[in-house]
Design a protein around this ligand. Structure first.
Ligand code: RM4
Ligand code: MN
Ligand code: MN
Length: 396
């Protein structure tokens, strides 16, 4: 391993942190049902405990994203308990995710519901989520809306856009000066005719109209097949509007599979656009790297460790692109040389350098092996088995 390679990888890993979602540890499923895992998290405490395991073995996941309805069902009254869990397990609450889709009231939408009373209730929940974030000292509030319709003619698309503008602006007004509002888009599901915030352009316009601290959140699973996600990333970066990611992989739709399990080159290309931007501008891209996955067949903690190690590997590979050479090849339209800059970096085996970096941090060289032989899974499977047979009703 060359010293230069090790150096570049070390530098890349030094600042790379990735947030894992509390809901990734719970029993989740598909719309056809759930398969129960004895080791799944059945309580918020379990989720913190499991997230802490991922952090202990990888060293790069100090925060855990929380979903208000699933982790703080009593709103701000649950904040002290969550803070206690954070102290006990040594992982901090990360982004706060309002839940504007599960309640029966949201059948016809939340911020775009034709019923004024429901729009107000949704706005109140958004403001509550901001309050929770403030009390937990979380910076980002990540909004995903299921709003949409299933049949042509059933929704006034322009009117709904105005309601979104109004509510987002009102929610933005409640942000503290160091907080951000991240707006996620998704073209389909649960609505199948139109989704109110269907793509990055709509999210961008809404974020701009909401206020200066609103940015776009890119969930990699929320695109049409074959859409060029790295181009979206490059555009958002150049507009200073990229706030964060929800990483996951997919083969067909919003499959929420483990990051990089289907198409690692795509994740590499996304990281490349970010690192290339940083190299060219000398600016640090202010991006929250978050995971949004649902492991309905794989073991949950194992899937999360796999995700984190994959993310580190792809981020390291992207850092190895020779930018001087790339810029020159692009300038002279030397296609073969330009493309090979990416291909060479992607083909480099970064595993020895990453193992070495972990050693220098006192972390296990192979986090997965270390976790699997730690005995934690056996212990929680025994402790949680009975809880998990009864706890199957909600999504997470
Ligand atoms: C959505 C979206 C949101 C996530 C929910 C559970 O498809 O990705 O970010 O919170 O799923
Ligand atoms: Mn998401
Ligand atoms: Mn999703």
């Amino acid at each position: 391993m060359s010293e230069k390679l090790a150096d570049t990888v070390f530098r890349a890993l030094e600042t790379f942190r990735i947030e894992i979602p509390s809901w990734g540890f719970a029993n989740t499923g598909t719309r056809f049902g759930k398969f129960i895992q004895a080791a799944a998290a059945a309580t918020t405490e379990h989720k913190f405990s499991d997230a802490a395991q991922v952090h202990a073995f990888t060293g790069v996941c100090p925060t855990v994203a929380l979903h208000v309805l699933w982790d703080l069902p009593n709103g701000t009254r649950d904040v002290p308990a969550v803070n206690t869990l954070a102290d006990r397990y040594g992982v901090r609450p990360g982004s706060i995710n309002p839940n504007l889709f599960q309640d029966q009231a949201y059948k016809y939408g939340s911020f775009a519901n034709p019923d004024e009373a429901i729009r107000s209730a949704a706005l109140a929940h958004a403001k509550l989520s901001i309050e929770i974030a403030t009390e937990l000292r979380s910076r980002d509030i990540s909004f995903w809306f299921a709003d949409g319709s299933n049949y042509p003619g059933t929704a006034n698309i322009r009117q709904r856009k105005r309601w979104f503008e109004e509510c987002l602006r009102a929610a933005h007004a409640g942000l503290a000066s160091d907080q951000r509002m991240l707006i996620e888009y998704k073209p389909f599901e649960p609505a199948f005719y139109h989704t109110d915030i269907a793509d990055w352009g709509m999210a961008l316009l809404l974020a701009r109209s909401a206020g200066p601290r609103a940015k776009v959140l890119v969930d990699t699973g929320h695109h049409y097949s074959s859409q060029n996600i790295e181009q979206i990333v490059a555009w958002l970066l150049s507009e200073d509007m990229l706030g964060g990611f929800h990483f996951n992989d997919r083969r067909y739709a919003d499959d929420d599979l483990t990051m990089g399990s289907i198409d690692p080159y795509q994740v590499f290309r996304i990281f490349h656009e970010i690192l290339f931007f940083e190299w060219q501008t000398g600016q640090r891209a202010d991006i929250a790297y978050m995971i949004d996955q649902s492991h309905n067949l794989k073991g949950k903690i194992e899937a999360m460790i796999q995700t984190v190690t994959m993310a580190q590997a792809l981020f390291s590979k992207a850092a190895l692109v020779d930018y001087e050479r790339l810029v020159e090849a692009q300038r002279t339209s030397n296609l073969i040389r330009a493309e090979s800059c990416l291909q060479d970096a992607f083909a480099t085996d970064v595993r020895p350098a990453i193992r070495e970096w972990r050693r220098t941090k006192g972390l296990p060289e192979d986090p997965m092996e270390a976790f699997l032989s730690s005995g934690y899974l056996k212990r929680i499977s025994a402790e949680r088995a009975s809880l998990n047979t009864s706890n199957i009703s909600s999504y997470a």
